[in-house]
Each structure stands twice: as structure tokens, then as C-alpha cells.
Design a protein around this ligand. Structure first.
Ligand SMILES: [Zn+2]
Length: 165
């Protein structure tokens, strides 16, 4: 059961127009479906040892705090729970570095030919960095709650699977 965002009336799932006030619900339903789809990532919590999760939550949280990821990378090698989050945290850091380098190149080129566009690229870069920040918060929340759940967008990248076991 969903609620109309305009008048608050209860509407059946899948209904496209609110029967009470006539509000078009389709666009809003799509947004929430997209968010659900994006956050509905693989979760391997059930395959891990609850003791491992309980004992290594701090290590897992460190994985999302910039260079502090090095601590669990080297100090929690025997914890599959910490390893899971180290991989996610490193993926995020790699994506952040790639984006930073790409924007450095774009800005250098634009700076010499179209400096007026630098404002636009810095806004785009700022928005992408907000996404990275939100993803790292999500990772920290997952780690603190003892969940081994992939991050949206970057979590599916498998480049580290052969490097970190
Ligand atoms: Zn309504």
C-alpha cells in the first residue's frame, strides 16, 4: 500500500493517478522504484560467522575512512567480514581517485580553451563527490550494523576479487 504524496490518501500499489485528488503518481513511484533497485544490492551477511561480524565491526568501519582502510587491510586478514568491507572501501577509494584524475585532466584542458565551463565541471565534480560521501556513509552504516552488503553503483565492480581474498 502506498500514499499519495499530495493529499496523503491511501492508494493501491501500481495505481497511476490518485483517486482522491487526481495527482499523477507515476513519476514518484518510478523514483522510489529506482532508489529501491539501486539500494537492493547483494548481501552475503548470512554466509558469515556472527562472531567474526561482532568482533570486527570497527575494522569494517575503518575500511570507509580514507587511508585508514590500510589498518583492516593488514590487521584483519583473517576476518571475512572485514575483508568484505575492505574491498568495498578500496573500490570506493579507487573510484574517487579515478574521478579526481579525470576531472584534473578535463579542467586542465578546459582551462586553456574554455575557462567559462570550469564552473560547470566543478559543480558536476562536487555532485559526484557528494555521491561518494553518501556511499561511504552507507558503507559505515552497513559495517556498524554488522551487514555484509554491497554498496550501490560501485559495489558490483569485481576488480579486487582476485587481489584481496
Ligand atoms: Zn491524492
Amino acid at each position: 500500500m502506498a500514499f499519495c504524496p499530495k493529499c496523503g490518501a491511501q492508494v493501491e500499489d501500481g495505481v497511476k493517478v490518485c483517486p482522491t485528488c487526481g495527482e499523477n503518481l507515476e513519476a514518484k513511484v518510478d523514483v522510489s522504484a529506482k532508489v529501491t533497485e539501486l539500494t537492493n544490492t547483494a548481501d552475503i551477511t548470512d554466509t558469515l560467522d556472527p562472531n567474526d561480524i561482532q568482533n570486527n565491526k570497527v575494522m569494517a568501519i575503518l575500511a570507509y575512512l580514507s587511508w585508514l582502510v590500510l589498518i583492516p587491510l593488514f590487521a584483519a586478514k583473517d576476518s571475512p567480514f572485514a575483508r568484505f568491507h575492505v574491498k568495498q572501501g578500496l573500490l570506493l577509494a579507487i573510484c574517487e581517485i579515478i574521478v579526481a584524475v579525470v576531472f584534473m585532466i578535463i579542467n586542465a584542458i578546459l582551462g586553456s580553451i574554455l575557462p567559462a565551463l570550469l564552473i560547470a565541471t566543478s559543480i558536476i565534480q562536487w555532485l559526484i563527490n557528494i555521491v561518494f560521501f553518501v556511499l561511504s556513509i552507507m558503507g559505515i552504516i552497513n559495517a556498524a550494523q554488522g551487514k555484509a552488503k554491497e554498496l550501490p553503483i560501485v559495489g558490483k565492480i569485481k576488480i579486487l576479487d582476485n587481489v584481496i581474498k
